[in-house]
Design a protein. Sequence first.
Length: 361
Amino acid sequence: MELLSPRPCIGQIKSYRPARPPQDGAGWIDLSLTVNPLGAGQKALNAYRQVAMQIHRYPDWAQDNLRHAVAGRYELDADHITCSAGSDEMIHLVTQAFAGPGDEVLCHEHGYRGFLKAIRATGATPVVAAERDLTVDVEAMIDRANERTKICFLANPNNPTGTYIPIDCVQRLRAGLPSHTLLVLDAAYAEYCRRNNYSDGTELVENSDNVLMVRTFSKLHGLAGLRVGWAYGPKTVIDAINQVRGPFNVSIAAQAAAAAALIDTDHEEATHAHNSAWLPWLGHELEQIGVRVYPSVCNFILARIPTDPALGVQAVMDHLARRGVLVKCTQDYGLTDCLRITVGREDENRALVAALAEILN
Ligand SMILES: Cc1ncc(COP(=O)(O)O)c(C=O)c1O
């Protein structure tokens, strides 16, 4: 008798490793996920409460209100936008729409791991280009592309490194890739990156027929628990994603809260002010206790733990956990001696530094 088994590519997917056991929510200072320490804004919370009496209905399949809210906020064409249950779903949808067994999909060495999961799930082959100094190497990516490359994923800025490449490098990447390759720009942390030579890629989308930009409400907007993301791209690409996505993939509550979040400039400003103050503070304090910190344009820091044979990353994480602090181990990203630490509230940042200092000094 033949046994039931999933497709072989499914066995190659690495399981997600959370920093704490499921359902164990109590009392942790959780800096392991890159969420907004200020939570959601008042406008999103009010919109969420207001739709409570409608949750027996299915959501708007056309996502009209949310798409127009995104288009209005960023001056885009709403017909070129589609929304998803978090940007992770968008990454899966676009991979399903454009790649399959026999195809190759490009990503980068320390790039966001959601790409690998989506690629493997479709049965396509991931091709990983080396990075340089924990930063995307455009030439290395172009070198790895060929006639089978259907998608090239670029997380810009990237998680967990916190680094980014300037827009002229992204343009060079687009120009160097084959025209049949869709360049997917994952700009999950775009709102945090305030550098003159950075762009989320909107103009590149508008000036090409093979670039898609993917965004999320999980980070700056503080709506990770509602799961909302969106993509902006050529009509043919958006149509293909819409063919694949379930008609009701973004819930009523998620659509309403996300649309409201887009007009909550007070919350955005408060978030920026918080991050601008505490990201450098955290970097400075970590360096003071001997931790190497990489320059980050996001709301988290990649921290290299000093090499000490008696003290591995796991021992440091265990110590932090005993002090009630959770951080992300970056082993799955090929960064075995690093931790990713998200900027928390003031008390959380101070508790993290104090607990780290105890074990490192
Ligand atoms: C670079 C990047 N892309 C996409 C995501 C997925 O975010 P979400 O599915 O919550 O929108 C994350 C989440 O951490 C991320 O870091």
